[in-house]
Design a protein. Structure first.
Length: 277
């Protein structure tokens, strides 16, 4: 037990040192040029029971290099917000690291996805070393779910897992507003992407904390590849299946590509079969 305690203390100290190094000597400027899909920063306005989003993204993806760019403005009535999905996209073969994002449903057919990403320059790919060196800034990409999911399912041909989330109406509203406020916060004051401090997963967790969740930043969130298992353990996922079965049922990319249409009318019913019933 003492040895385990010493290991935990050493790990905590090492993480604190890495975090301190990560925060030293860099500052986000918000100055481009940027990759076209990250070229516009969405802006959010909240007025009473309505949330307006300017420059939300609506790309149609056929491959990573073949796509139709588009943006849109929209206003969402909070009275219609009624469901939430958690997405996980593995980034390596072992699945230990993943990109995660969330999608908010306004009825079964209208979904607004929010993906926190490392903002990159034209021709620049994401590299872990670059992230450690604080090369990237972060961007809240807000968009039509068919774009945000389509980029992974069609553009990158990546495995995509979509989990329905068990959440009360009041908590869902708090989480959505926390996410929208955070997006506007980053738009107003650019921030650097940080491997241990400012990632897709830590932002989802931070926004959940602001909404009243008891989730804490831990190794599952920092690595993010097992964040779905963490959510399952916490009772967040809306399923009664054992975790491995729930994960198999949550995979949606194969079915989406089988539609043979990068902008399918049936997208919501395939990505959210439980919500469609």
């Amino acid at each position: 037990m003492r040895r385990l305690a010493r290991v935990a203390i050493v790990a905590a100290i090492a993480m604190a040192v890495l975090l301190a190094i990560e925060l030293i000597g860099h500052k986000a400027k918000g100055v481009g040029p940027w990759r076209i899909e990250q070229s516009k920063v969405p802006r959010v306005t909240i007025h009473r029971s309505e949330v307006s989003v300017h420059d939300a993204r609506r790309f149609t993806w056929r491959s990573e290099t073949d796509f139709d760019p588009a943006w849109f403005d929209a206003t969402y009535d909070l009275a219609h917000l009624d469901r939430l999905a958690f997405y996980l996209v593995p980034l390596n073969e072992s699945g230990s690291i993943a990109h995660v994002f969330v999608s908010f449903g306004f009825g079964p057919d209208e979904w607004l996805a929010v993906s926190v990403e490392a903002r990159r320059r034209p021709g620049e790919d994401y590299k872990l070393l670059g992230a450690f060196r604080r090369r990237y800034e972060i961007i809240y990409v807000i968009g039509d779910e068919r774009d945000i999911v389509g980029k992974r399912a069609w553009g990158e041909k990546a495995p995509v897992y979509c989990y329905p989330v068990k959440i009360s109406r009041e908590a869902l509203l708090r989480f959505f507003l926390a996410t929208m406020n955070r997006a506007e916060e980053v738009a107003r004051s650019p921030e650097l992407y940080g491997v241990f401090s400012n990632t897709c997963a830590t932002n989802v967790a931070l926004n959940a904390q602001r909404a009243g969740s008891a989730v804490r930043i831990n190794l599952d969130i920092l690595l993010s590849g097992t964040m779905d298992r963490l959510a399952y353990t916490m009772g967040v996922l809306d399923t009664e299946l054992p975790f491995e079965q729930a994960k198999r049922a949550a995979r949606v990319d194969v079915a989406l590509r089988a539609l043979n249409d990068p902008w399918p009318a049936r997208f919501a019913s395939v990505a959210h079969p439980a919500s469609a019933r």
